[in-house]
Design a protein around this ligand. Structure first.
Ligand SMILES: *[C@@H]1O[C@H](CO)[C@@H](O)[C@H](O)[C@H]1NC(C)=O
Length: 507
């Protein structure tokens, strides 16, 4: 990606283009039997339904089977899948994918695929023609009911235990699905997360890192926020660090500004001596991209207009993007002078650095894969070491946390999907030296469910952070997100974004 003007949010552009198969590829797997009987009138399966989600990667997934070539809607495909492959959530139809009549690849229109392997890794982007997306629906047979066979904890993604009597995974409440590899997200308030407004309308934000103050029981979020009511495409010139506060860890209210333009991608950690330590990409001298903050906007959307308002793909100037930390015992500051964080051989794009500080004051942090940071003392930059791992941790925007059940286990979440909404989960049993992953399971997808019974499609769902309770158990997932219909920034002039929050199952 050297030379690309599109940094933090499109690192996967090239990788995804390489793996994205051409539109001409024929679906593989069992050929359709269009003479099979009509689906039964009742559908015995509880589906998790995702719009704009293609679990068959344009029909090329090997384990997928084409079930019909001319169905009229997604519900018929769901019913067909259950009737042909069975309704058992582990051995029957574990997911279907239906390509609608308006899907952009003509030969897939009306086609219905089923899968019985538990695979769940939906995509929908078309990076060659970014304006084209959607027209595809996938459903998952209730992943809460999936039972994974196991021999070791790795077969359960370290998100549960392997019961030695039954040789099956018992997932922790926050996880579900094959290998316990999928977050068990539950319906949440529509207004959850950080969705601010000011006198000029909506205020965009892009991902929030949350820490609990165990003395006051308040949750503190540090989020990237775009100034002047702009959206995500001008993050390179308008991003700053916003502090927001919540009593319940769900609904956050904007508070003070932690660091002004220009700063982005904050991740906060807590030192054993009580300091809040915010790591972020910053420039305290110049504003990247256009040199000035974009001031043209419409209710949270950027109005691109000339030299003073350039989208991230058309920047004039991108200085080296350096990572700093600031610290304070009060999450509202005042903050220390910024301390430059060593980056070793990492390079000059934004590091995505996401560290945690352990009991002894040492630090471990995942950066943009495949990089890892370590320090024997978080506050002594001479002890920082930056190393390259293998390519197990997927994508970008990592988040690191310690397993609440076994502190020797580390977990990583990341944005694994390029322009897609997929999350990736990886874990390490050796303190971060080596990582493991089940690539056929996405930790989360585009679906967001609300407590009023409705749901939404997060067309972008990046920058994951987990809200952890006192004991370190995940309570909720936050993301930098956009809602349907926008996705690829070059294809949509509506770039309002917000920090979505969806709660996790707890029992
Ligand atoms: C780092 O913090 C520890 C604990 O507060 C302190 O003893 C030490 O002097 C600090 N180191 C530096 C380099 O500031």
């Amino acid at each position: 990606m050297k030379g690309s003007l599109c940094l933090s949010m499109c690192m996967l552009f090239s990788a995804a283009s390489v793996s994205g198969l051409s539109n001409d590829m024929l679906p593989v797997g069992q050929l359709s039997n269009d003479m099979s009987p009509d689906p039964p009138p009742t559908n015995p399966v509880t589906w998790l339904t995702y719009l704009n989600a293609d679990n068959m990667n344009k029909g090329t997934v090997k384990s997928g089977q084409q079930l019909s070539s001319k169905l009229k809607d997604a519900d018929s495909c769901a019913a067909k899948c259950a009737s042909m492959l069975g309704s058992d959530p582990t051995t029957g139809c574990t997911s279907y994918t239906y390509y609608h009549a308006d899907y952009h690849v003509g030969k897939l229109q009306g086609k219905c695929f089923g899968d019985s392997t538990g695979l769940w890794s939906p995509i929908y982007s078309n990076l060659e023609s970014p304006g084209v997306y959607g027209g595809v629906t996938s459903g998952q047979n209730d992943p809460k009911n999936y039972v994974s066979a196991c021999k070791t904890i790795d077969d359960c993604s370290a998100n549960g235990v392997c019961n030695a009597d039954t040789n099956t995974c018992e997932c922790y409440p926050q996880w579900m699905g094959k290998y316990c590899g999928q977050l068990n997200l539950v319906p949440t308030d529509k207004i959850a997360g950080l969705q601010s407004t000011d006198e000029n309308g909506r205020v965009s934000s892009w991902g929030g890192s949350v820490l609990l103050d165990e003395k006051t029981n308040k949750y503190h979020m540090f989020a990237a926020e775009m100034t002047h009511n702009t959206g995500i495409v001008v993050w390179m010139s308008n991003s700053r660090i916003r502090h927001a506060v919540s009593d319940d860890g769900v609904n956050f209210m904007s508070s003070d500004v932690t660091s002004p333009v220009w700063g982005h991608e904050p991740t906060a950690a807590r030192a054993p001596t009580g300091e809040y330590v915010v790591f972020f990409t910053a420039n305290f001298e110049t504003i990247p991209c256009s040199g000035v903050e974009c001031k043209n906007s419409d209710n949270g959307n950027t109005v691109i207009d000339g030299e003073n308002c350039l989208p991230d793909t058309q920047c004039n100037e991108i200085p080296d993007l350096l990572t700093y930390m600031i610290y304070s015992k009060d999450p509202a500051g005042p903050w220390s002078e910024p301390v430059l964080v060593p980056t070793g051989d990492f390079g000059t794009i934004d590091t995505n650095l996401a560290p945690i500080i352990l009991e002894d004051g040492s630090l471990i942090g995942l950066g943009r894969p495949p990089w890892i940071w370590r320090a024997t003392a978080w506050n002594d930059t001479s002890t920082y070491v930056v190393e390259e791992l293998d390519d197990t941790v997927m994508g970008e925007d990592p988040f690191l946390y310690v397993d609440p059940h076994d502190s020797s286990i580390l977990h990583g979440l990341s944005h694994a999907g390029g322009w897609d909404s997929r999350g990736g989960h990886a874990w390490s049993l050796d303190g971060g030296k080596t990582w493991k992953v089940h690539e056929d399971i996405a930790a989360y997808g585009s679906l967001i469910e609300y407590t009023d019974g409705t749901s939404g499609v997060l067309t972008r769902r990046e920058r994951p952070h987990l809200v952890l309770d006192k004991k370190g158990n995940p309570l909720a997932l936050t993301n930098g997100a956009t809602l349907d219909p926008c996705t690829h920034p070059e294809a949509c002039d509506k770039d309002y974004c917000f920090t979505a929050l969806q709660k996790l199952n707890q029992e």
